[in-house]
Design a protein around this ligand. Structure first.
Ligand code: SF4
Ligand code: SF4
Length: 706
């Protein structure tokens, strides 16, 4: 404790000094000032090096060595100052000037890297010196599974001296430079500070690691939501801002993976590297913040690779964050997964690796913490969308969708089910409760046969009455992920991506038909295998799992998320557009027998319409709808899942969703019905407004639809 009393004020002084030097670096506008800043940073480094030399051999001889080292580094640090002075003077003479005048300067990449290297190494040295000064033996700092040098790196970087002083430096720097930073980046940098503070390795004890993991996860969720909404509000981003965001999310993916590895094995190396990378990204942005406003801009919705980077970073961070929370809150979660040992022949190791990867991914994506986090992130984006939605029917649907997710993805399968049926099997393998439509968990199927048949009957009845929207736009977990502001905006990739483009329109292309046929054939095959396995006719397992359970986990625990990350290359809402979800296919088969369709109030309005906004707004890519509206006044497609974005997008309020409510309304009015304008239908947003006279015949997005 006596050491801490002495060391804390020293650390605080160094925090202030470093933050002021970083500020000077960011504001350096002359070569002399830039060189002076580098010199002062190097001086700090020299003092810390001297301290380290002394602490490694604390004696009179060690003190002399320390003074030599400090003096040598300080002498070397003077060289850039003189060099810069001579350059400036020579230029001044060449230009015929008299006296000395420093040259103009703007912080560039090389300067930023130099400042960064000095700040990071000073921070590392300070952590090391303070660890030694507070009594931690050198031997314990250098022992670890990855060797002495890497052990030293991770032990120092994960120590409180490094983590907290670094976080304080970052916070002070952003406070000092707040006027020069664009507001959104000030918020993002403040979020970085919060996440840095919540490093679970910084303090020991029982409560800090768990508390830090929970607080860090909440901070990261908030930061991801902020970043996603920021890009939604800025369709044109500066290249510097785009690069920063993608790198930040990639670092958080690595950081979460690092925390998971540290939890599982005690090795904190990956986490330490991720912390250093986070710090480097932070100071690079601070020192060269001017480029956020001056670098070239790009339309991110036309940049598939950048958008993929954004989604992949978010997904990897979420996966490991979910695993970290599962492991922290449910100790033994990871060991209970039943991973296979990576031993034996090459084939055995490869099979075990595939098995473990599959099991890990499907277990995390089915876990309550992952679903709760995804729900919090994507659900907040849906709330943003709700705020800008005018159609009352769509607002109601979005509200019910949020409630359904909270109830059926988070509350019932985990909280309620765990409390009420503590010894029952996992809900994802119970036919009635999961999305497996009764094909999962074959051994249970005979017992709950009636309930399974009931599930199909309810699916059929609801799909015929309301279309597949009850499932694909409300009750499934997918619509919540797809319909938040930023992800919904990615529907442009349905047209611009080469694969998504092939699935455009309501017709069943050969690719769609093939995908659908393979999906349904696989469903029948795994159900049959599962049944034969259950009655003992044959032993059929895939990666150690019941075939139907494997297929369910593959479809909704692995493939769905893979396709989500691949939206920039395959288009949005691809479970619907490509026909690879067997649950959706079953619902769409019944939809085509029912009353669900899109109708327009006045087809003349559509004939004169030049915007075709309904087609552009469709997240499923049903671009041929305007043609059907013009010729038939209505549009039916089994691919339509009733999101209602087309209704919202139509500038004339000419479009509505027709389902069983209209049939019932017509039956009730039959006989006595004085004619009522279609605008009075329950979902009418407003009376149709006559469009401006068309200047030319409206262009169609799909000529086949005319
Ligand atoms: S197609 Fe399947 S995964 Fe997609 S929304 Fe419908 S039920 Fe959900
Ligand atoms: S945007 Fe509206 S008016 Fe235009 S084609 Fe679509 S439904 Fe008709």
């Amino acid at each position: 404790m006596a050491y801490e009393v002495l060391l804390v004020p020293i650390a605080a002084g160094m925090v202030v000094a470093t933050a002021l030097l970083v500020k000077m670096s960011a504001q350096a506008r002359t070569t002399a000032r830039a060189a002076g800043t580098v010199f002062l940073l190097a001086m700090m480094e020299a003092m810390l090096l001297g301290g380290l030399v002394y602490l490694l051999a604390p004696s009179t001889a060690g003190l002399v060595d320390a003074l030599w080292v400090t003096s040598a580094v300080m002498s070397l640090a003077v060289v850039p100052i003189f060099w810069q002075f001579l350059r400036d003077a020579r230029r001044q003479i060449a230009e015929g000037g008299t006296g000395y005048a420093s040259q103009p300067f703007r912080p560039n990449v090389r300067f930023s890297l130099l400042v960064l290297a000095l700040v990071v190494s000073s921070e590392f040295l300070m952590g090391l010196v303070f660890e030694l000064a507070s009594g931690t033996p050198w031997a314990s700092l250098t022992s670890g599974p990855s060797g002495a040098a890497l052990a030293l790196l991770s032990q120092v970087v994960l120590s409180p001296w490094f983590v907290f002083t670094m976080a304080a430096e970052m916070a002070l720097t952003v406070a000092l430079l707040r006027r020069e930073l664009l507001a959104p980046f000030g918020v993002l940098l403040a979020g970085q500070v919060g996440i840095m503070v919540a490093t679970p390795t910084a303090l020991g004890g029982a409560s800090w690691p768990l508390g830090a993991i929970v607080v860090g996860s909440v901070a990261m969720i908030a930061l991801v939501v902020y970043a996603m909404e920021f890009v939604y509000r800025n369709p044109e981003l500066s290249r510097a801002a785009g690069t920063y965001l993608v790198r930040l999310l990639a670092i958080y993916g690595a950081m979460m993976a690092g925390i998971f590895l540290w939890q599982a094995s005690g090795d904190g190396l990956l986490l330490a590297v991720a912390l250093l990378a986070e710090m480097a990204l932070y100071f690079d942005l601070v020192v060269r913040s001017g480029r956020l406003a001056t670098s070239e801009t790009f339309a991110w919705l036309r940049d598939a690779r950048w958008t993929f980077g954004l989604l992949a970073g978010v997904f990897v961070a979420e996966i490991f964050m979910g695993a970290v929370l599962d492991q922290a809150i449910l100790p033994g979660w990871y060991t209970g997964l039943g991973m296979w040992a990576l031993t034996g022949s090459g084939t055995d190791v490869a099979t075990a690796a595939v098995h473990n990867g599959f099991l890990f991914l499907s277990a995390v994506t089915a876990s309550v913490w992952f679903l709760a986090m995804m729900g919090a992130e994507m659900g907040t984006l849906v709330v943003y969308k709700l705020r800008e939605t005018r159609s009352r029917e769509t607002r109601v649907r979005l509200g019910v969708m949020l409630g359904s997710y909270a109830a059926f993805a988070v509350f019932f399968p985990s909280v309620y089910y765990t409390i009420v049926f503590p010894s029952a099997p996992d809900p994802s393998v119970v036919p009635l409760l999961g999305w497996s439509m009764g094909v999962g968990s074959a051994p249970l199927a005979p017992i709950v046969f009636g309930a399974v048949v009931g599930t199909y009957a309810i699916t059929a009845a609801l799909s015929m009455a309301f279309g597949r929207r009850w499932l694909c736009s409300v009750f499934c977990t997918a619509p919540l992920m797809f319909q938040g502001t930023t992800i919904d905006a990615m529907k442009t990739f349905n047209r611009s991506s080469s694969i998504g483009h092939r699935y455009l329109g309501s017709r069943f292309s050969s690719l769609y038909s093939a995908t659908l046929a393979i999906t349904m054939a696989a469903l029948v095959a795994v159900s049959l295998l599962s049944y034969l396995d259950a009655i003992g006719t044959l032993h059929a397992q895939i990666l150690g799992l019941d075939p139907s359970v494997f297929f369910f986990a593959l479809s909704f625990g692995v493939l769905w998320y893979l396709m989500f990350v691949l939206i920039p290359f395959v288009g949005n809402y691809n479970c619907v557009t490509m026909g690879w979800c067997y649950t959706g296919i079953i619902a769409q088969a019944f939809q085509s027998l029912g009353a669900f369709k899109l109708k327009v109030r006045d087809r003349e309005v559509c004939r004169a319409c030049t915007t075709l906004d309904c087609a552009k707004g469709c997240p499923v890519g049903l671009v041929d709808m305007p043609g059907h509206f013009r010729t038939k006044g209505e549009f039916r497609s089994s691919k339509c899942c009733g999101v209602g974005d087309c209704v919202e997008a139509c500038p004339y309020g000419n479009l509505y969703i027709h389902d069983i409510r209209h049939l019932i309304g017509r039956w009730l009015r039959a006989g006595a019905a004085p004619h009522r304008s279609p605008a009075a239908l329950p979902m009418a947003r407003s009376r149709p407004v006559p469009p401006e006279p068309a200047k030319a015949h409206p262009a169609s997005l799909d000529s086949g639809g005319r």
